[in-house]
Design a protein around this ligand. Structure first.
Ligand code: FES
Length: 182
């Protein structure tokens, strides 16, 4: 079965000095710090793996923006994760073009194959399954994104191929996931 990630606690990791410096550098390139907000949140997520409230507060502090504003942006975009995620994040589009071409059944297929519900991570920590809104790839619906890569014209066979390439072994225990995210 999949696992539901724990609620972030008050003792989540803070941004490192290097991450803060990178965010300051981003901000220095713009007149308005809001212009640096999305890359700054990416930078924080890159360090921690997701965006706990503490990271949102620290990004707001570095950019000297209201915390509520930064939090609203972090919540709005699906590419920012509020909870810890697996080594690979699978985001299946559920918007109209993809829905009409079978996205829901593909999502069910992935859910059964990985033995997780939407929003959960496989027990080996390798895959997180998510539903997302339009990926801007409607011309190749049904579509999904895995990490930073788009996949379209999906079928169950194609999903099998993609999972296989990503190291899915049918749920057999092959040890902990690699440290590196590809
Ligand atoms: S509707 Fe799925 S990518 Fe646009």
């Amino acid at each position: 079965m999949g696992v539901t990630p724990p609620e972030p606690t008050e003792r989540e990791p803070a941004l490192t000095d290097d991450t803060r410096d990178r965010i300051r550098d981003l901000a220095s390139r713009f007149d308005d710090p809001r212009s640096a907000l999305l890359p700054a949140l990416y930078t924080a997520q890159e360090q921690i793996g997701y965006l706990p409230q503490e990271a949102v507060q620290e990004v707001a502090s570095v950019l000297q923006l209201p915390c509520a504003e930064v939090g609203a942006v972090a919540s709005f975009y699906t590419m920012f994760y509020k909870r810890p995620v697996g080594q690979h994040v699978i985001g299946v589009c559920r918007t109209l073009s993809c829905a009409l071409l079978g996205a829901e059944s593909l999502l069910d297929y992935l859910s059964q194959k990985l033995d997780v519900k939407v929003g959960e991570t496989t027990s080996d920590g390798r895959f997180t399954l998510r539903e997302v809104e339009c990926l801007g790839a409607c011309d190749m619906a049904p579509a999904m994104m895995v990490d930073d890569t788009y996949y379209g014209n999906l079928t169950e066979e194609k999903l099998d191929e993609i999972l296989s390439i990503l190291g899915w072994t049918g749920g057999e225990d092959t040890g902990p996931p690699d440290e590196s995210r590809d």
